[in-house]
Structures are given as structure tokens and as C-alpha cells.
Design a protein around this ligand. Structure first.
Ligand SMILES: N[C@@H](CCC(=O)N[C@@H](CS)C(=O)NCC(=O)O)C(=O)O
Length: 85
């Protein structure tokens, strides 16, 4: 099963949308709430090569991007293969 990590904030419609898609697919993910632990914001920005909006999503340590990027993979039928790795 793939390792899925998602950096989030509490009030973030894009985060909710991304998590809903993953949940709908039955994917387990690790959520890192950067508002609960601000030091994680720096970690997120570093791992996301400067990406500072939430969510930032990683599958098996590969940076996927944000919610729109996740849905773009889904619409190209590429997400399931990544999640199956
Ligand atoms: N296109 C981005 C939009 C993400 C976005 O705008 N997120 C908002 C929160 S919902 C954000 O991070 N705003 C800047 C901030 O909170 O510092 C995506 O699909 O993930």
C-alpha cells in the first residue's frame, strides 16, 4: 500500500476536497495539520519545493502538489496507479 501524506489546515476547502477524494478511494493517509504544529509548515514548504498553500500532497515521498493537481491526476486516470504502488 502506498504511503500518502497530506499537509492541511483546519479551515481549508481544498484540503477537505482532497481528503474526500482519497477517502472515497479507500486510501489511508497521514494528515499533518500545520496549524496545529507550525514547525511543520517549514517542513512542508521545504518538501514541496516552495509550495506554501495547503494542501500539499505526497505519495510515496513524491510531491504530487495540491488539490487541483490531485484531481488532475484523477481525471487523467493516473491517480490509481500511483496509489497502488
Ligand atoms: N490550487 C491550490 C489552492 C490551494 C489554496 O488556495 N489553499 C488555501 C487554503 S484553502 C491556502 O493555502 N491559502 C494560503 C494560506 O492559507 O496560507 C490547490 O488546488 O491546492
Amino acid at each position: 500500500m502506498s504511503k500518502v501524506e497530506i499537509y492541511t489546515k483546519g479551515y481549508c476547502p481544498y484540503c477537505h476536497r482532497a481528503k474526500a477524494l482519497l477517502s472515497q478511494k479507500g486510501v489511508e493517509f497521514k494528515e499533518i495539520a500545520i496549524d496545529a504544529d507550525p514547525s511543520m509548515r517549514e517542513v512542508m514548504i521545504d518538501r514541496a519545493n516552495g509550495g506554501y498553500t495547503v494542501p500539499q500532497i505526497f505519495i510515496n515521498d513524491t510531491h504530487i502538489g495540491g488539490c487541483d493537481d490531485l484531481f488532475a491526476l484523477e481525471s487523467k486516470n493516473k491517480l490509481d496507479a500511483l496509489l497502488a504502488q
